[in-house]
Design a protein around this ligand. Structure first.
Ligand SMILES: Cc1cc2nc3c(=O)[nH]c(=O)nc-3n(C[C@H](O)[C@H](O)[C@H](O)COP(=O)(O)OP(=O)(O)OC[C@H]3O[C@@H](n4cnc5c(N)ncnc54)[C@H](O)[C@@H]3O)c2cc1C
Length: 515
């Protein structure tokens, strides 16, 4: 396949954060924010922190190549680990370690996991579609991946449709565009129409992988579409998502934003008859594989939420620091609350990393994370960051939500009054105390609460989606037999029967060798 990237995306491989930021310039995307078109997102004060967060993924790869990059099996050169297809459990684990580190370094969502997890899921699903239908998807995906590795590009994952009436399938909706669908086919390719909601880092990506959002039936054939689209493809409109306190980035100060350097990004993406050439189509009408794709994607993605334990490390540090600045750090309840925060945070990490350790090979050779443990990880994430945030706010005191503005703090008349009356422990300046309070506000009420709390709730599926998967995989009959044997209701378990039962989750639990 030819180099499929479109100008002005870098033809040369992106080597670091600065080159990545330059690669985003001058693309002429149609982006709306506050009812106006954004000329250059790279220079927009609200958008730039999200670009900085993503750029950090490139710089980490330079600083720690073993952690955040791999040698590409396609090009033989080092590329971002976010572009890597995992072929072992240690590969899956390494992704989690990189994600935790980036959470620590940015305190927010660095926006590359959806694409990473989409690639990995598609790798095995396209292999199995081809096996059943003799389609050419897997080879096309490999060619596309090779091209992404050549440029070391960012690829976003666009799965969530706007969905209209949640009780209806795509073909039953009053407006068929409420799920992205194929509206036209030709010998050369397809045209898609519809909208994807909440798209993380889409404007900061070079490419997007468009995928179905749920199980589909035979009548949903036109909605069973997977394809790769350059973010600057004609016909795409982005409508930027507002975040709580986002306009603080336009005030010019460095205290009130809380985290002046880094932020997340979500936008609605509207596809108005966007063309995808055949070589970039990886599913067209195979409705019976939509559920497999969603399930495999979520098995990767739900343990990617280990990133929140990295963000949690920052929040724990902020809670400990504000307690110190308030002069309360020696109290036993404060120490206990920090232990509680750590316990909650490591619970997220523990389940996520376990899902990766217990990964297994698919027919394609790609390793898939353990779906039970991935769902347990994500289900914890729908709750525990809220608890961490609650404790951080407890230790911060009410000022986390009532602090006067940076302008007042800098004001010649009242600034000194604020310095005097907002002083805490004398070893810290009032400004240091304000900064720490603003960081906690940022993570629990402000811009980065989007990534730390709401994304934790809904990203990769709302809580019920995990409960459904946990319910499917919990092997209740086997557990009942264990109980009945010990209660003396039935005889000891027949070892043969146990072996038979030990497929699925318990098969992986008791498997001693990898693979
Ligand atoms: C910050 C953030 C970042 C995200 N990033 C991405 C991204 O990069 N790419 C991407 O593809 N998606 C992304 N998502 C989307 C995410 O996957 C969805 O938010 C999630 O799947 C829930 O969908 P929804 O928001 O439409 O909520 P809804 O589906 O409307 O859910 C709302 C509630 O209704 C319930 N519900 C929904 N449908 C039914 C039903 N049929 N029957 C009964 N109850 C139902 C749910 O359980 C939930 O409690 C992101 C979301 C957020 C918040």
């Amino acid at each position: 396949m030819n180099d499929i990237s479109t100008p002005p995306l870098a033809r040369k491989k992106i080597a670091n954060g600065a080159e990545y930021i330059e690669s985003l310039r001058g693309r002429g995307l149609t982006i709306w924010l506050f009812g106006e078109k954004v000329e250059e997102p790279v220079d927009h004060p609200i958008i730039r922190p999200s670009i900085n967060a993503l750029a950090r993924t490139y710089d980490l790869a330079v600083e720690h190549p073993d952690l955040a990059s791999v040698v590409s099996p396609f090009t033989g050169e080092r590329v971002s680990r976010f572009l890597h297809i995992c072929t072992s459990a240690p590969d899956l684990v390494a992704q989690n370690k990189m994600q935790r580190r980036l959470g620590q370094l940015t305190g927010t969502c660095f926006q590359r996991c959806v694409g990473q997890d989409a690639f990995n899921a598609l790798y095995s699903v396209t292999f199995e579609i081809d096996e059943q239908y003799a389609t050419p998807y897997h080879a096309r995906l490999n060619a596309f991946l090779t091209d992404m590795h050549r440029g070391n590009y960012v690829v976003g994952g666009a799965m969530t449709d706007v969905k209209g009436d949640r009780g209806k399938a795509p073909h039953e909706q009053t407006d068929p565009d409420l799920f992205v669908r194929i509206v036209r086919r030709s010998a050369d390719g397809i045209w898609i129409r519809g909208a994807k909601a909440h798209q993380t880092g889409c404007i900061n990506s070079h490419w997007m992988l468009v995928m179905p959002t749920m199980r589909l039936g035979p009548k949903d054939r036109d909605w069973a579409v997977v394809g790769a689209v350059p973010v600057d493809a004609p016909g795409i409109t982005y409508i930027y998502g507002r975040q709580s306190c986002d306009t603080r980035a336009m005030e010019g100060g460095s205290i009130d934003p809380g985290n002046v350097m880094y932020g997340g990004q979500e936008a609605m993406v509207i596809f108005d008859d966007v063309f995808i050439p055949n070589e970039l189509v990886f599913m067209d009408g195979e409705t019976d594989f939509a559920a497999m794709l969603v399930q495999r994607f979520t098995a990767y993605h739900r343990r990617s939420y280990v990133c929140k334990s990295g963000v949690g490390d920052v929040l724990i540090g902020a809670a400990a620091s504000i307690a110190e600045m308030n002069g309360a750090d020696a109290a036993s309840h404060v120490k206990d609350k920090l232990v509680e925060m750590t316990h909650l945070n490591e619970t997220i990490y523990g389940t996520g990393i376990a899902a990766s350790h217990q990964g297994f090979a698919t027919k394609s050779g790609a390793f898939l994370a353990d779906d039970m443990l991935a769902n347990v990880c994500k289900h914890h994430v729908t709750k525990l960051p809220y608890d961490l945030g609650r404790i951080a706010q407890d230790l911060a005191g009410g000022l986390v939500a009532t602090l006067p503005s940076e302008q007042d703090f800098r004001h010649p008349e009242i600034g000194e009054l604020l310095k005097k009356y907002l002083a805490g422990r004398s070893t810290f300046s009032t400004e240091e105390r304000m900064r720490m309070l603003r960081l906690i506000e940022n993570m629990t009420l402000g811009r980065n609460a989007v990534g730390y709390l709401t994304e934790s709730m809904h990203g990769a599926g709302s809580p019920q989606a995990q409960r459904i998967e946990i319910g499917r995989a919990m092997q209740l009959e086997y557990k009942k037999r264990l109980a009945k044997a010990l209660a003396g209701i039935t005889p000891e378990l027949n070892p043969e029967e146990v072996v038979e039962e030990l497929g699925g989750y318990f098969g992986r639990v008791f498997k001693l060798s990898q693979g």
